[in-house]
Design a binder for this molecule. Structure first.
Ligand code: PSU
Ligand code: MN
Length: 304
């Protein structure tokens, strides 16, 4: 397809119908600070490879959509000089103007589908911001999930969000949310939001069976497999809330809004927690990469 550069290892895996897992780059360019971001990108790719899946980190570089990044390109996005945060609506403009873009969940879903990749792992999706009923700040991730048949493995939605409202919008968008070894919606850095889920699986094979049906029925919305953070890195909800409230207050005082809000809040919470949330973010993203690879391998095995 025009505008698409598929890196050789990804092309080889596509041609052979082998398991592939897509990753986004906004997590790297805007979600985590240097050098934790590069380390996280590398660990996510290594986790996929260790499970027998080919990683395809997706980015826009000099106006071309890259499906798979080599080591220098990953480092370029981690250093993030002049890199735009690209949501789905921004893709065409970034391409036409020859820019570099770190792709968010909404943009990555679109690019992965264009390349024929249907499993994607990230940290946490965007959602309804607190006060979203007034600000209307609702991530384009949610509507993108409503119209992409891709599977996204994540640790729920980011804990800075209004999680009950986010789950409601996911339901309106026909997104199937499945807990992985949990009955409740994970809260990104915390294991449990206290919000009950209707569906649960306990193995990658069980997840693959549901995805098989979803594909055969030609469903047009996403499946979200939500995987809680490893206990060892999890942060308690009350502690998290105090940092989040302080970061929110500062964002309001400084007039931070729109695209800049999520990166600002994640960055401030990282500072206020003395780096604990950064270690947590890395751990959950790598855990999701591993699980997505296991599911992709289970699906590829069923198909062959
Ligand atoms: N997961 C993380 N960190 C992140 C993101 C995901 O662990 O920074 C990014 C994703 O790219 C997601 C975006 O799409 O945050 C949401 O941004 P917004 O709230 O502006 O839609
Ligand atoms: Mn927003």
């Amino acid at each position: 397809m025009k505008y698409l550069d598929i890196h050789p290892p990804v092309q080889a895996a596509l041609s052979a119908n082998r398991a592939i897992v897509a990753f986004e780059t906004s997590l790297i360019s805007h979600g985590l600070p240097w050098p934790k971001n590069l380390e996280t990108a590398q660990l996510m790719e290594a986790a996929a490879l260790a499970e027998g899946a080919t990683p395809a980190t997706i980015a826009i570089h000099q106006g071309r959509i890259h499906i798979g990044c080599d080591a220098p390109l990953l480092e370029h996005f981690a250093r993030a000089e002049g890199v735009l945060k690209v949501g789905r609506k921004d893709i065409s403009a970034a391409i036409a103007t020859g820019r570099d873009g770190g792709t968010t969940v909404s943009a990555t879903l679109h690019c992965a589908a264009a390349a024929g990749i249907n499993i994607f792992a990230t940290g946490g999706i965007g959602g309804v911001h607190r006060g979203g009923e007034k600000s209307f700040d609702i991530s384009a991730d949610l509507t993108a999930l409503g119209r992409s048949a891709t599977t996204v493995v994540c640790s729920g939605a980011k804990s800075i969000l209004d999680l009950p409202k986010t789950l409601e919008v996911l339901e309106s968008q026909n997104v199937l949310v499945i807990g992985f070894a949990t009955d409740s919606f994970p809260a990104f850095y915390a294991r449990d939001s206290g919000l009950a889920l209707e569906q649960r699986v306990d193995t990658p094979q069980q997840a693959a069976e549901i995805l098989r049906c979803h594909q055969e029925l030609a469903m047009e919305s996403a499946v979200l497999i939500v995987n809680p953070i490893d206990e060892a890195y999890a942060i308690d909800w009350p502690e998290l809330q105090s940092w989040t409230e302080q970061a929110e207050t500062e964002a309001a005082a400084e007039g931070v809004r729109g695209k800049a809000l999520t990166p600002f809040l994640l960055g401030r919470i990282g500072e206020l927690s003395a780096g604990r949330t950064l270690a947590a973010n890395q751990a959950l993203a790598v855990g999701n990469a591993r699980l997505a690879a296991q599911i992709a391998v289970a699906l590829a095995a069923e198909e062959s």
